[in-house]
Design a binder for this molecule. Structure first.
Ligand code: NAD
Length: 362
């Protein structure tokens, strides 16, 4: 198969971790007889520096004709001035909107080898394997808003949802649940918010098409508690944008380190393989505190490249091969500093990438 992958390395540790993921994708191409080309484009702080904008038109155009997009991370103290006309994060929101990426998928699987790296008790973590699907282009982050301005008296954000916005993300989550353990939990705040009452109504309507699913509606405050108390009970969890943002970060702590968790953002634009054009990225940021030292954990980005193969190229065996190679390396007791514990061998970013490539070739 031929595939054109746009790489948005971004800022901080972004270039380090995407480099390793590219190495793994190239090894997969060699092993399985594919041809992947990488088209590097600018987004974030590096784009502000070079092009004067966090999201150059050329980047948007390149992404639109790609088969998939691999992103490192954007941002850093250099571009942190809140009064600056442009910020790296604007590029991220802009590309999500431009590609209509309405669903963010974050699988949270606790690798048994890493249980001791989590702050949560071992018996609570056993068997945790959940997928959080977060709505990504609606709600309070995109609804009508008013800044407080100089006078500072009043400000608001509006959590606005339409039936269509809810329907498409719930359907995507339900389809994902059908391919897993057939359990779907929809999270809202229907006892207080009008947009949540619409969310629940539409969800109930959509799920009439999925009689095989076991369905739960849970209020977001209760869900925040259940996620920590009994995370293994959940399979697919779907939520609106703001609640999903918070719950996905909470869920990430189950896995011990942000350096381990991949994500995919999918929309309805199809690529040349008639699959969703998606943007794949680790859930962590640009980690300016460790950037350039060669010690960042590339596994979240490597696992994101496995999701890329699965969702945008339909290459399930290749995706599983990457995940198995990561497991092999962890089983061998090799760790980057963020997930190290007594008795493990600590390696840097590049060595970790090389070891995954070696494990993949076996
Ligand atoms: P962060 O995720 O960058 O870092 C939080 C902590 O986790 C740091 O101590 C960091 O060293 C560590 N860490 C993160 N990824 C790691 C990895 N792969 N290996 C080892 N350790 C890792 O979050 P932050 O410090 O809040 O944000 C830093 C910058 O990243 C900010 O400018 C923020 O806006 C940006 N950010 C970008 C994205 C994105 O591009 N999607 C997401 C979150 C934050």
């Amino acid at each position: 198969m031929n595939a054109n992958i746009v790489v948005l390395a971004g800022d901080g540790i972004g270039p380090e971790v995407t480099n390793e993921a590219k190495k793994i994708l190239t090894a997969v191409a060699g092993k399985f007889g594919h041809n992947f080309t990488f088209d590097h484009q600018l987004m974030g702080g590096c784009a502000i520096d070079e092009k004067g904008t966090s999201l150059p038109d050329a980047t948007v155009e390149a992404c639109k004709v790609a088969d998939a997009v691999l992103l490192g991370a954007v941002g850093g103290p250099k571009w942190d001035n809140p009064n600056a006309p442009d910020r790296p994060e604007r590029g991220l929101l802009g590309i999500r909107k431009a590609l209509n990426l309405f669903a963010n998928l974050r699988p949270v699987k606790v690798h048994p080898q890493l249980i001791s790296a989590s702050a949560i008790k071992e018996e609570v973590l056993a068997g945790v394997d959940l997928l959080v699907v977060r709505e990504l282009t609606g709600g309070a982050y995109f609804g009508p808003r008013k800044e407080a301005g100089e006078e500072g008296y009043e400000a608001y954000d509006t959590m606005l949802y339409t039936r269509l916005e809810i329907e498409r993300v719930v359907r995507l989550a339900a389809d994902a649940a059908m391919g897993r353990r057939k359990k779907l939990t929809s999270v809202d705040k229907a006892n207080v918010l009008a947009s949540s009452r619409l969310w629940r109504r539409v969800t109930v309507d959509v799920l009439k098409d999925y009689p095989e699913l076991s369905v739960d509606h849970v209020l977001v405050d209760a869900m925040a508690m259940h996620l920590i108390r009994r995370p293994a009970d959940y399979d697919v969890v779907v939520s609106e944008n703001l609640f999903g943002d918070i719950l996905t970060d909470e869920a990430s702590m189950l896995a011990g380190s942000m350096g381990m968790l991949p994500s995919a953002s999918l929309g309805d634009v199809m690529n040349s393989h008639k699959l969703p054009l998606g943007l794949y990225e680790p859930i962590h940021g640009s980690a300016p505190d460790i950037a350039g030292r060669g010690i960042s954990n590339p596994l979240a980005t490597i696992l994101s490249s496995a999701m890329l193969l699965r969702h945008s190229l339909g290459l399930e065996a290749e995706a599983a091969a990457i995940e198995a190679a990561v497991d092999t390396v962890l089983n061998e007791g090799v760790r980057t500093g963020d997930i190290a514990h007594t008795g493990t061998e600590v390696v840097g970013t590049e060595v970790m990438g090389n070891l995954v490539v070696e494990a993949l070739k076996v």
